[in-house]
Design a protein around this ligand. Structure first.
Ligand code: SUG
Length: 445
């Protein structure tokens, strides 16, 4: 059986809320404090999985993480029973409820940031490489690494086929945001090309954004290429445009998306767009098809607000491509016109589908953020024993599980309710049985 790409979507967790935790992420800041609807968020995510699977595309999922992270709060010095810890962290005399909000974030739903994956066909040792991201740029996201690593090791357990690495060593020098800054392009008959983008140099120097943080370092990107055993000639390391980051493009996938021989990008995606496109043409030849949006065609502000690039660019069973975009891109005239230009150009992309992912979008997470792309052979897939691959029965079971366990309204003050944690843990305990994952959460171990 030929290799197939699977989109491992993050199932939205029961504490999905708008805590305003991500400086540089315009949507996260502008929706801070608004009521969230975790049930609707999770169902919107499941609907996307169902839809993508219905296109004949590989679909799978990764579970939410346990939140609040009581382990984190204990490590920060809160003591007592689970309930006591939550109550104390909700009214810390210095930080108010900030630490509780941080340790309650459901941000693991954006599995593009969970890891970087290099297909076995591109790695020197012929194994699939998964490098969990340390996400050190944002404290609330740095809590994800441990559970992500456990979950990936539980799913990709066959050590002869899969290598799930340790995340890059912490601290800010090797700050890694996972596949959100990674793009793999290929044309038949040539080795695939990997773009490992980055926003700043670990040891300083060079251009940097001035308003918002650059999350990923160049040094981290080089380490990912080494760990994934990508041939040096097949790896490119473009710098994210500082002006793009300052406009709210905190990850590359906010302003660029690639698949197969097609690359969509904004002129503020990378510092040296022309140099990058030339290098890609040299490596991939004339079959490379790129769509560059200029500031005049699609202002970066609109790209950041409507997320047309944060789409899934999918190869269909008939080898044509389609775009799965957020509904916001249909409503924004510039974003809509750009996607229409791509689909009407006579190239590989033939259609655009718009989905309602508003609950996630309000935290800056579009269709592309919600999924980790992993290429598997038929044998790889058979080697995975967890029930993480999409089918209609699993979809129905999960929708029922969400309806039984999730609240339809969550505001910051609800995070202080110990019952939210108890209900969430009970739900996740049940989920690991549905997904046949074994014990991956602290409260199970
Ligand atoms: O890391 N938002 C996420 C969004 C991640 C989007 N992922 C990709 N582009 N691949 C982030 O900024 C907001 C949480 C809050 O404010 O409650 C948040 O973490």
């Amino acid at each position: 059986m030929p290799d197939r790409e699977y989109n491992f979507d993050g199932l939205v967790g029961p504490t999905h809320n708008y805590a305003g935790l991500s400086p540089g992420n315009v949507a996260s800041l502008s929706h801070a404090g608004q009521p969230a609807n975790p049930r609707a968020a999770a169902l919107q995510g499941l609907e996307k999985m169902r839809f993508v699977a219905s296109l004949g595309v590989g679909q799978a999922l990764l579970p939410p993480h346990e939140r609040p992270s009581l382990r984190t709060l204990r490590r920060l010095g809160f003591r007592g029973s689970d309930e006591e810890i939550i109550v104390q962290a909700a009214r810390d005399h210095e930080l108010g409820d900030h630490l509780l909000r941080i340790s309650s974030s459901a941000a693991a739903m954006w599995t593009a940031n969970a890891a970087t994956s290099v297909p076995a066909s591109d790695a020197a040792d012929g194994k699939l490489h998964l490098i969990p991201a340390n996400l050190t740029a944002m404290f609330h996201r740095s809590l994800e690494e441990e559970t992500t690593t456990l979950v990936l090791r539980a799913i990709f357990a066959d050590r002869d086929r899969f290598e799930v690495h340790d995340a890059l060593p912490g601290a800010s020098h090797f700050a890694d945001e996972g596949a959100a800054n990674h793009t793999r392009l290929f044309v038949p008959g040539k080795p695939a090309v990997h773009l490992f983008a980055w926003g700043r140099r670990a040891f300083g120097g060079g251009a940097e954004p001035v308003r918002f943080p650059a999350r990923q370092t160049r040094e981290a990107s080089h380490a990912l290429a080494r760990l994934g055993q990508v041939a040096a000639a097949q790896a490119l390391f473009p710098q994210q445009h500082p002006a793009g980051i300052d406009a709210g493009a905190f990850h590359t996938d906010v302003v660029a998306v690639g698949n197969g021989n097609v690359l969509l990008l904004h002129e503020r995606a990378f510092m040296d767009v022309e140099g990058l496109l030339n290098a890609l043409r040299t490596l991939l030849g004339p079959k490379l098809v790129s769509y560059l949006a200029t500031e005049a065609e699609l202002p970066i502000k609109a790209a950041v607000a409507a997320y047309p690039f944060n789409s899934q660019l999918l190869t269909l069973p008939d080898r044509t491509m389609t775009i799965v975009a957020p509904a916001e891109s249909r409503e924004d005239p510039h974003a809509h016109a750009f996607l229409k230009r791509v689909a009407d150009s006579g190239g590989p992309v033939r259609s655009v589908h718009y989905l309602d992912l508003r609950q996630s979008m309000r935290n800056g997470g579009g269709p592309a953020c919600l999924r980790q792309r992993i290429v598997l052979s038929g044998e790889d897939r058979s080697a995975i024993k967890a029930r993480v691959f999409w089918d209609g029965d699993l979809g129905e079971e999960l929708a029922g599980w969400v309806r039984r366990h999730y609240r339809d309204r969550l505001v910051a003050s609800d995070l202080a309710d110990p019952q939210l944690a108890r209900d969430g843990f009970a739900a996740l305990d049940e989920l690991t049985r549905i997904l046949r994952l074994g014990s991956v959460y602290d409260f199970q171990r």
